[in-house]
Ligand binder design. Sequence first.
Ligand code: IVH
Length: 714
Amino acid sequence: MKPVKNLTPEEAQSELDALIHQINAADAAYYQDDAPVISDAAYDSLRRRLALIERAFPKLKRADSPTVRVGTTPSTAFEKLGHSQAMLSLDNAFDRTDVADFIARVRRFLKLEEEEALELTSEPKIDGLSLSLRYEKGVLKSGATRGDGRVGENVTANVLTIQDIPKEISPEFDILEVRGEVYMSPADFQRLNETLSSMGESPAANPRNAAAGSLRQIDPAITASRPLRFFAHGWGEVSEPLAETCFEAMRRIESIGFAVTPLLRIGLGVDDLISAYDEIETARASLEYDIDGVVYKVNRLDYQKRLGFVARSPRWAIAHKFPAEQATTILEDIDIQVGRTGALTPVARLRPVTVGGVVVSNATLHNEDEIDRKDIRIGDEVVVQRAGDVIPQIVEAHKEKRRRGAKRYRMPDVCPACGSAAVREVNPKTGKKDVVKRCTGGLICPAQAVERLKHFVSRKALDIDGLGEKQIAALFEDNTIREPADVFTLRARQESGEIDLYTYKKTSDGDIAMKDGSPVATNKKSISNLFAAIDARREPTLDRFINALGMRHVGETTARLFAAHFQTFEAFAKAADTAQDLESDAYKDFLAIDGVGELVAAGAIQFFREPHNREAVDRLLAEVSPTRAEAPSTAESPVSGKTVVFTGTLETMTRDEAKAQAGSLGAKVVGSVSAKTDYLIAGASAGSKRAKAEALGVEILTETEWRALIDDHR
Ligand code: IVH
């Protein structure tokens, strides 16, 4: 695309007309049909380009330009309802510079001196449908959609069916208009779509459209059956001021009985706003509503009043949008990855594309059934989605664009790494085939072996600094490390001249790695650091040690249970050995451990049944000595039976120590916050878990409060 400054007036005119046409079509699809035709990101970029052209060629600006109006004219199905105060839209910011510009603009407008502080609030931008609720003397009189900003649709009958919306409030205001977003939670959206599909009706594209479609039903009984919810984020006409600041006004609206985001914050400069943005972005995946950015508002209402509006948006607020999370690209190939337990995972190799600000070239395809269900074929144009930190996924293939003759994908019947048969095991309980195909090669499969080694040194297992996935892959490939014990004999082998680690290249983080398969020299320091890091792990805690062995179905949590129960590795190994006999007391003893079921027990027992594993463990035990675990305290503690989650950086102990201690006091330590969580212990820079706990009303303790709680029992 040509930079705007290089356009001739003729080119500018024709592009401007085309843009307005596209924006109008997109608006109609979005607002009237609740069926968007382009992504939010694409829409935003059309608007941005239009605004740039209008700025460069002010004479060409049309009176009916989308940049001077909001939304579109209301659909005809509902009665029209004028807004006593316009419902406006928000200007967008896409990066830090835009946010800094916004603050500078506001300060300039208000003529603030450098030393005068400017408070701004931040809060999530909810991806719903705006609604204005009018209360007269405490009674809900009407509900209206935004429409074109001046006139909306009268959806009062439908609004009356939404539980989150109070029908009556305290009559302290003669007139109070509360504004906010109607939304549907992604979980409710999914359930609704399942119901709609089962009734042969077409499902909604996303929660926002489902909410819009549900609110704009002609029959209020249908709206009533839909799980709609409401968040207040502002107000319209009020007969008397709510407060002096935006923050306090929202607190007041909350106290009147409306749901208000728990993520509302006050900040001062651009740094504060960006850190609020980061906090909200981190929380995004765990929220029960879709959000598409963060809204910043000037906190002082007298300032807001002075700032006023320009065209379609207030000068006192801006929406800092998240980068687009979906993109279209080509599925170039499907590779098979073999995991630590032999699971074959199909991985999409994509033509690189930017999704949510990150270049994506791989995506998970989960398993055979998933590929079949979505009918994804090599060569297809596909929609890739990235949400938060999760691995990118393929949402769908554009089947209408598929080349003729494209074949359905079939998973291989043999392991690509070792050639052993790959099978879908039948679950003995359900009699159903497992969705996952597994390599039957076990110990002879090099792919499984290398994945097990990566797990062995990983952070949650032995946590060896400087020995990551890259290094393991390189050292495995040239036979330097083939089994766990080899990690601990590296120093001796280097010193005896059996191997030469100096032939490895130094990477930017000072670790060792291979360069294109050709070994090159590294320095003494990085290797002596590595040896020190390895030596520091010669006495691992028993739970880490058990976890590191990578038995099937035995992860961090179950390893901890085993460690607490058996206390020494010898006791654990002996029990697993004796428990081969499923009639034995040893087996019953296994199952008696709280949290250990048949699957986990089988994982441990099968591991010890394999002579190769025992030999490898014996060689490892010649190098390392796992420490004795503490006996679980049987005394009642204030936290026994409580479900707790740790998050953030703790000061007086590591998170693992804290978890182990909580476990020994009878608490159930879990990884994620839910409504069942009793306490969240939040250390420094706690992020999404804290936000989620706040949203769910889970009690949040500081590290000090937690220690005080368990003090007498330690
Ligand atoms: S404040 C003058 N705060 O986004 C408009 N709006 O693009 C002030 N929205 O129509 C709006 N979450 O419906 C505000 N936390 C939030 C919001 C929010 C979603 C919607 C709102 C508005 C649209 C603007």
